[in-house]
Ligand binder design. Structure first.
Ligand code: TZP
Ligand code: MG
Length: 222
């Protein structure tokens, strides 16, 4: 069974205002050990180059690197695994390509999709959006904590909650049955803080915000 940290950190180049590799560097510096390389606008070439560099960094830190969407990039860059959406290759197809050792995660947005994921060889199953999110184009309807509570009894495999989770909400999400929270915007929280802030070097802020998130998860009962 996959051992999964409580925080699953996801890259966002638009929010971070720096390169994917710089983001990974900061996520690791903040203590994240499970990182998803997600960039919907990168070419395969760009994603591959970033994945190769990010893999060196994650390995050195004892972390794991998961590639969003692209099984080909995950395979070629020798990442630790891939995260699949409902529109990507199926878990079975990805498993055939990646083999038994790689981590395969899959997003689900309702009970039916969750049950299909349970029947697959997915190593973890993501559920969301738990809350409203602005980090995904055309997100599925919000599933709330109810779906998490409902599906918890269907599997022993790790459940990852995603969508609108900040550090204050994370404990209730874990209490509802999630093993881990996948987070984008709460790790890059400054656009609301001050206009023009993108002129500053915000990279250390990413690490600080990851650190705060992890510390909060340690102190809160879940
Ligand atoms: N899938 C469901 S919600 C979501 C994805 C990729 C975005 C999560 O981002 P945020 O900013 O933590 O809501
Ligand atoms: Mg996808």
């Amino acid at each position: 069974m996959l051992e999964i940290p409580k925080l699953y950190a996801i890259t966002d180049r638009d929010l971070a205002n720096c390169s994917l590799v710089e983001i990974v560097e900061q996520l690791l510096a903040g203590g994240a050990r499970l990182i998803q390389l997600r960039d919907k606008t990168a070419t395969a070439r760009e994603l591959f180059d970033a994945a190769r560099a990010a893999r060196v960094l994650t390995q050195a830190a004892g972390g794991r690197l998961i590639i969003n969407d692209r099984v080909d990039v995950a395979l070629t860059a020798e990442a630790d695994g891939v995260h699949l959406g409902q529109g990507d290759l199926s878990v079975a197809e990805a498993r055939e390509i990646l083999g038994p050792e790689k981590i395969i995660g899959v997003s689900t947005h309702n009970r039916e999709q969750f049950e299909s994921a349970v029947a697959s060889s997915a190593d973890y199953i993501a559920v969301g959006p738990v809350f409203a999110t602005t980090s995904k184009e055309n997100p599925d309807p919000v599933v709330g904590l109810e779906l998490l509570r409902e599906v918890r009894s269907l599997t022993d495999r790790p459940i990852v909650a995603i969508g609108g989770i900040d550090r204050l909400r994370a404990p209730e999400v874990l209490a509802a049955g999630a093993d881990s929270v996948a987070v984008i915007s709460a790790l890059y929280p400054w656009p609301e803080m001050a206009p023009g802030i993108f002129d500053l070097n915000l990279r250390p802020e990413i690490a600080a915000s990851v650190r705060r998130f992890i510390e909060h998860l340690k102190t809160e009962p879940s």
